[in-house]
Design a protein around this ligand. Structure first.
Ligand code: HEM
Length: 204
């Protein structure tokens, strides 16, 4: 029999969906700017620039909120992979996604109020939220204030390595988002985890 537990506070859910919408807007306008082609435009160049800049600033504000709210609420602790056996638990979880789930095995580490994330989620969410997203935001800010960039870096124009870092970190977040949405279907029902992200209630 399935049971329910209230796991996610409203602020976290509001942050999550604001962040998701901004990331999608940034990905579409970012792709449009990166693969700019007058013949084949996803969004006209100057419109894509304006939307990308506004969404980028909104993302920086949203991210600052995420960091402060995580510290104040203590939720940051969920993101810390807890030893011992982090690698082993990551492997057990990966094996479950690749094999066990298709054979109807139970979730190896179901979420609880105290430990919301399994080890794989903790490692991936930590890397995305505390490495990739800050890199995207900081390198994006350098484009607003290009004088912050060094004149030259590695023998190249100082802005070029910043642009490459912005692109690679942005691509990592987009790849994460694709895998994240697929893994989001792996609750007790395919829609359970998406519903949890809206209502806060986890279905066991
Ligand atoms: C349309 C896009 C997205 C959808 C449909 C989606 C869906 C979900 C779902 C179903 C969960 C709950 C499963 C779980 O606990 O792991 C979740 C949690 C989470 N998502 Fe997303 N997501 C999206 C975009 C993003 C993006 C772009 C990021 C970050 C860059 C992100 C970061 C997170 C984080 C950190 C959590 C855990 C929140 C917590 O419990 O503290 N999501 N998302």
């Amino acid at each position: 029999m399935s049971s329910r537990e209230y796991l996610l506070p409203l602020w976290l859910r509001l942050w999550h969906w604001t962040n998701a919408v901004l990331m999608i807007v940034l990905a579409v306008t970012g792709a449009s700017l990166h693969f700019a082609d007058p013949e084949l435009k996803l969004v006209p160049f100057s419109l894509a620039t304006t939307i990308h800049e506004i969404a980028g600033i909104a993302l920086a504000v949203t991210y600052a909120f995420f960091v402060v709210a995580n510290i104040v609420s203590g939720n940051w602790w969920q993101y810390v992979p807890k030893p011992p056996g982090v690698l082993h638990r990551c492997w057990v979880q990966t094996r479950y996604y690749m094999w066990g789930i298709f054979r109807g095995e139970p979730h190896p580490y179901p979420p609880t109020k105290e430990v919301n994330f399994n080890a794989l989620q903790a490692v991936v969410y930590w890397t995305i939220m505390y490495v990739a997203v800050p890199v995207v935001i900081l390198t994006g800010l350098v484009f607003f204030y290009p004088t912050w960039a060094p004149e030259r870096m590695f023998g190249l124009d100082g802005l070029l390595p910043i642009a490459m870092l912005h692109y690679v970190a942005g691509a990592a977040v987009i790849l994460f988002m694709v895998a994240h949405i697929y893994l989001g279907t792996m609750g007790v029902r395919p829609t359970s985890l998406f519903r949890m992200m809206i209502t806060g209630w986890h279905e066991h």
